[in-house]
Write a protein that binds this ligand. Structure first.
Ligand SMILES: Cc1cc2nc3c(=O)[nH]c(=O)nc-3n(C[C@H](O)[C@H](O)[C@H](O)COP(=O)(O)O)c2cc1C
Length: 325
């Protein structure tokens, strides 16, 4: 079988096994649609607090919105108790999610202090209760996103993958870095291979994928799919590029200019979706990824972050496009 293939996550068939990672502040509706157009088989939304959803927080509720243009989409929730997670999972299902994902890998202090994210890796009994409750509360598949380890002393990947399978999860995503490493360092492919050998459910490997070489390494280690995070920011066509390369076709070449053109369209989509102020604010967060690769890129970025309106942004970027090859 080709390394690139459709992926079954419970009842959901995903067109290919390349997945956009959930990234807070980044994987919103406009960016998810762009990544599906760029070849992703499945896209994951930013993590949403189950607690905030339960309390009817409007901003969190909006984060569950699904566009008809973006299926299949996975909604990720985080929380620390069965009741809250179950209710939030039902809310995600009602909002139109195809899959609901439980976050048990986030190392951010604020999340951990609330008993959620990677601290759940320390209490496997609690994690199992929460995950089982989520699985039972919805008809759509439930998945778990966690890590191969908390630290460099003990690898938990295979055990947590088995826990996910035993709790009825339809797939497990393993970030192949220890929680203490946050988002940096080399991914541990051997730890992924061990986890893949321990379960029958699909294991989706994540961490440090920026090209077809690393993708191949993960898939050959036994991963059913790969999940790409930062490699897709400013480069949403990475999915199709990897597929083309693995299938022996030359990938489409993307120049700084063609990427800037797509960025401008994304900014316009963000403004249409969120309104001018929030849309431009959100767009700014990833400017460093998009406005790059040409001589005066840093000057343009400096000017861009000072702009507040879409007409000003359009003028700057169109002028920049005229000046770059
Ligand atoms: C800005 C940012 C936000 C993130 N937000 C989330 C999140 O909401 N939920 C989650 O499970 N992981 C989150 N992550 C982790 C990513 O999903 C992914 O596991 C991590 O970036 C490693 O993949 P990469 O090396 O391909 O970027 C985030 C990472 C970044 C850089």
């Amino acid at each position: 079988m080709s390394l690139v293939h459709p992926l079954s996550i419970g009842s959901v068939t995903v067109a290919n096994n390349l997945v956009l990672a959930p990234m807070a502040g980044i994987t919103d509706v406009p960016f998810r649609i762009l990544c599906l157009q760029g070849g992703a088989g499945l896209v994951c939304a930013e993590m949403v607090s189950a607690h905030a959803l339960n309390y009817g927080n409007a901003k969190s509720g909006r984060m569950l919105q699904v566009s008809p243009k973006e299926h299949p989409v996975s909604m990720q929730i985080f929380g620390s108790d069965e009741e809250t997670i179950s209710r939030a999972a039902r809310q995600a299902e009602a909002a139109g999610a195809d899959i609901v994902d439980l976050n048990a890998g986030c190392p951010v202090k604020k999340i951990n202090k609330a008993g959620a994210g990677c601290v759940l890796m320390k209490d496997e009994k609690k994690l199992a209760h929460i995950l089982t409750a989520a699985v039972k509360s919805v008809k759509i598949p439930v998945t778990l996103k966690t890590r191969i380890a908390l630290n460099h002393k003990e690898f938990l990947g295979a055990r947590l993958a088995k826990l996910a399978e035993d709790c009825g999860a339809a797939a497990v995503t393993l970030h192949a870095r220890a929680a203490v490493d946050m988002h940096s360092g080399e991914p541990d492919v051997d730890a992924l291979a061990q986890a893949c050998a321990a379960v029958k459910i699909p294991v989706i490997g994540n961490g440090g994928i920026t090209d077809s070489t690393r993708t191949k390494q993960f898939l050959e280690a036994g991963c059913a799919g790969v999940m790409i995070g930062r490699g897709a920011v400013g480069n949403p066509f990475i999915f199709q590029d990897i597929i083309d390369t693995l299938e022996g076709r030359a990938p489409t070449s993307h120049t700084p200019k063609s990427r800037l053109e797509i960025y401008l369209k994304l900014i316009e989509e963000n403004v249409a979706y969120y309104g001018e102020r929030i849309g431009i604010n959100r767009s700014r967060k990833t400017a460093g990824y998009w406005i790059s690769g040409f001589p005066n890129a840093s000057t343009v970025r400096g000017e861009f972050v000072r702009l507040d309106t879409l007409p000003e942004v359009r003028e700057l970027l169109i002028q920049t496009l005229r000046n770059i090859a």
